[in-house]
Design a protein. Structure first.
Lengths: 520, 313
């Protein structure tokens, strides 16, 4: 029993020890960002596909050209590692002149044309890249001298600069580092960006530190930490407490409203957002009947859906490609909300007593919430849609096995019409085929238009061809655009991004060399 | 006793093999694969096949099983299909955090739960008993994630006493404890509720026993009767429950790890399921199973310490 006398003393000491402990209040400028993720997939830019991957990869790498940090307009792409470039009249040969003196991280030397050649060949190889199909038209990369690279294409493509930009396969990696690190490069990457990898802690965070030799100037932040925080409440708490400076939000009106009420908080709502499109499987009964597909389109009340999802976080989507994308149009037929028309069309198709459909949907709220709303709207028009909720990974597998008669797909792609049309509506992309991507409708009626637009050198004619293709898709009711949801983040007002964010393919606010913390 | 321990340790091998085999085949039956998870929504059918080949998932399942067992016998847990890092190093990093959390939670549960249990038993049907029982009911009913967020809101946001992010610097004890307090209390409060109820009910049974009455009749002090005679006997079922809860606590730490953004094995296991990272999942389950076995063995050994009449043959 004597020892019990020391128990209060021990407790007091414990509390004092904890009380006096405070994490190193460093003088350094450290920015902490929390993202809705459990872990990264890869820090090799040629494999990264998730928001957290993009967020961590972008500050570490550069490309020959780049989107302006404020906007993803492909018509405003500007030089990055390349100082300038020339293109042949037929658009098949492109010559890039590199900046001199650009340094890779951690003493991996100066960037040369050999690194560019190696990087682009790596990006185009399906054994070393997840985006090889984007480079199918690239036939040859030549290093003409230390600072000059020539690219030759088999045929003209809609946006050469797009596939060479700071997105997916366009990032330039260190040849020496990839060859040296092999598979480990995936989690120990070397680039030329303003920040370099310090530490990757699986399931917890990625820490990047300033690259002192960054070619645009000395980055203003000392360190950036990307935390993986799948739980929304935890992210919010950490942000409220000030342990996190930038936080990924929920794309919900309620979340935006709640965060706006926190003093010292700025809300960033930006594009290009993700398109919510319903794809109808035209090979499955009863959706092989256009009257049924059109009935579904008429039964959906877009206005109500957007109100439900939140006016601040949604934007109308008239065609299957947003207007802000190169080649996007709003000159397509529309299906006015009319449950009566829907019922009439169903009756004509032989479903006067209503229609039963069943599908799987992912647990992810970005998909599940809008689809539950659509489910209710369809019910009002006599269409009973049974939905089984499954995990996101299983969902992706199941929809590629044609399990669903209709697929809600939420997508952000390179902002050029060709990418959307190729991925979702070209016959070679039909799911279940060896070259499948994401053509869930099994649509095959615009291949010629896609092919013509792809090689068309006159931008005006090219846009017309893309517009015609979109018109056909909507006319045939192969897919039905619902709306676009924008990305939502909160940041502390002392965080200065260094640019005014309008849209980014990063899907999160890019951390640039100009990003700064004014005062905590 | 040593013989018994060795026998138990040998018996764990077939148990581990059965668990691992079950998980090996079960996870592969579930729709969705690691290649789909790793490549994301841009994946073409061709690139998925390519990555599956690279991961060795194109081989017949029995061949995969055979090579998995072979590697396991050599002590090689393999590399994560998603991160490509050796699983053993990931486990080495995550395990101490989970053990901290489990032991911390259990310690709080015992330190608070045992006295509350004794007090509520001694003051049966009086105010302290009612209060203790109501509080323990609240503790049992309270979901872990909800309690965690409540504690976080109160002690981190409002009172600004503790952090909410991460597990701290593992090599600095004060940092480790500082980051452990709220997560450990999240689990500890729930454990307190379970343990106090168990102790109360055991104590009530023991207090009715003849030897307790005899001890009192002999004129022994109340304190001696309670702590030396009654509590020691009441602890045997409590130790059983603590042993079982240690295993449950360890596996169930996942929510606390996610809420407080702490590294840990539970989180690793859940994300491995989500990403269909077969190798990571199998390995984590082996570790969990080994700990379940260890906790059970320790419980058995503790019995003989608490009650020397218990013998193992």
């Amino acid at each position: 029993m004597k020892s019990s006398r020391y128990l209060p003393l021990f407790l007091v000491l414990f509390i004092v020890a904890i009380g006096v402990y405070s994490p190193a209040s460093a003088q350094e400028k450290v920015l902490r960002e929390a993202l809705k993720a459990s872990d990264i997939r890869s820090l090799d830019p040629h494999y990264g596909t998730t928001t957290i991957d993009y967020a961590c990869i972008d500050p570490m790498f550069n490309a020959l050209v780049r989107f302006k940090p404020v906007d993803v307009n492909p018509e405003l792409i500007e030089p990055d590692l390349a100082e300038r470039w020339e293109r042949s009249k037929d658009g098949l040969v492109w010559t890039f002149y590199l900046r001199k003196g650009v340094k890779f991280h951690k003493g991996y030397g100066e960037l040369t044309s050999e690194d560019v050649k190696f990087s682009l060949e790596k990006a185009a190889n399906k054994a070393t890249s997840g985006f090889a199909s984007d480079y199918a038209a690239l036939s040859k990369v030549e290093a003409l001298d230390k600072y000059t690279v020539r690219l030759t294409f088999k045929n003209p493509i809609p946006s050469v600069l797009g596939i060479l930009s700071n997105y997916h396969g366009g990032y330039i990696v260190s040849k020496k580092a990839v060859e040296e690190k092999k598979d480990n490069f995936k989690f120990d990457p070397i680039g030329t960006g303003p920040f370099m990898l310090k530490e990757y802690v699986p399931k917890e965070k990625v820490v990047e530190v300033r690259h002192p030799d960054f070619f645009r100037g000395k980055p203003k932040l000392d360190q950036v930490e990307f935390w993986f925080m799948p739980d929304a409440s935890s992210r919010e708490m950490a942000f409220r407490k000030g342990e996190i400076d930038i936080v990924e939000g929920e794309r919900e009106q309620a979340w935006v409203k709640k965060m706006r009420d926190i003093p010292g908080t700025a809300i960033e709502i930006f594009g290009p957002g993700e398109t919510l499109v319903l794809h109808f499987n035209m090979t499955k009964k009863p959706l092989d009947d256009i009257r049924v597909r059109r009935a579904i389109c008429h039964a959906i009340n877009i206005k109500e859906l957007m109100t439900f999802l939140g006016p601040d976080v949604t934007e109308p989507l008239v065609s299957v490609i947003p207007m802000s994308y190169l080649g996007g149009t709003n000159k397509v037929p529309t299906y006015a909300f009319s449950p009566e028309t829907a019922k009439k069309l169903l009756a004509e198709a032989g479903f006067s007593k209503g229609l039963d459909l069943s599908m799987v949907i992912t647990e992810m709220s970005d998909y599940r919430r809008p689809m539950e709303q659509v489910q209710e709207q369809l019910r009002r028009a006599g269409i009973n849609l049974k939905m089984d909720v499954i995990t996101h990974t299983a969902f992706h597998e199941q929809i590629r096995k044609d399990v669903n008669p209709l697929v809600l797909y939420v997508a952000a792609r390179f902002p050029v019409a060709d990418t959307f049309l190729t991925h979702f509506f070209e016959s070679k992309s039909i799911v279940g085929t060896p070259t499948a991507i994401t053509n869930f409708s099994h649509y095959n009626k615009i291949d010629d238009l896609i092919a013509k637009a792809r090689v068309e050198v006159d931008p005006k004619k090219q846009k017309e061809l893309w517009a015609e293709a979109q018109m056909k898709i909507i006319e045939d009711a192969a897919a039905f655009p619902l709306c676009t949801t924008k990305f939502v983040f909160s940041r502390k007002i002392y965080v200065d991004l260094g640019y005014e964010l309008r849209s980014t393919l990063n899907l999160s606010p890019p951390i640039a060399w100009t990003t700064d913390i004014r005062k905590k | 006793m040593i013989k018994y321990t060795i026998r138990r340790m040998i018996l764990v091998l077939p148990t581990l093999w059965a668990v691992v085999t079950f998980v090996f085949f079960l996870i592969r039956v579930v729709p969705g694969g690691p290649a789909v998870a790793a490549l994301g929504s841009y994946a073409t059918a061709e690139s998925i096949r390519e990555l599956e080949k690279k991961m060795g998932l194109d081989r017949p399942i029995l061949v995969q099983y055979g090579s998995f067992l072979k590697d396991l016998c050599r002590g090689d847990l393999g590399k994560s299909l998603i991160t490509n890092k050796p699983i053993s190093s990931e486990i080495r990093k995550a395990l101490p955090y989970t053990l901290d959390l489990t032991l911390g939670g259990m310690l709080i549960g015992i330190v608070l739960g045992v006295p509350i249990g004794i007090m509520t038993a001694l003051k049966r049907n009086q105010a302290p008993d009612y209060i203790g029982r109501i509080l323990s009911l609240v503790g049992i009913s309270m979901p872990e994630f909800y309690l965690g967020i409540l504690l976080m809101y109160l002690f981190a946001i409002k009172l600004n006493l503790f952090p909410v992010l991460g597990g701290g610097n593992f090599n600095v004890l004060s940092s480790r404890l500082y980051y452990l307090v709220l997560p450990a209390f999240t689990l500890g409060i729930i454990m307190t509720a379970f343990i106090s109820r168990m102790v109360r009910s055991s104590m009530l049974n023991v207090l009715r026993e003849d030897y307790v009455r005899t001890a009192k009749a002999k004129g022994l002090r109340e304190r001696v009767v309670i702590y030396k005679h009654a509590l020691r006997n009441a602890l045997i079922p409590t130790v059983t429950v603590i042993g079982i809860y240690m295993s449950i606590l360890m596996g169930g730490s996942v929510l606390t790890e996610i809420i407080f953004s702490r590294p840990g094995l539970g989180k690793m296991m859940v994300f491995a399921v989500k990403d269909r990272d077969y190798i990571a999942l199998q390995s984590v389950i082996i570790v969990f199973s080994a700990f379940v076995f260890l906790f059970n063995l320790l419980t058995d050994i503790l019995y003989s310490i608490i009650d020397p009449r218990i013998e193992y043959r």
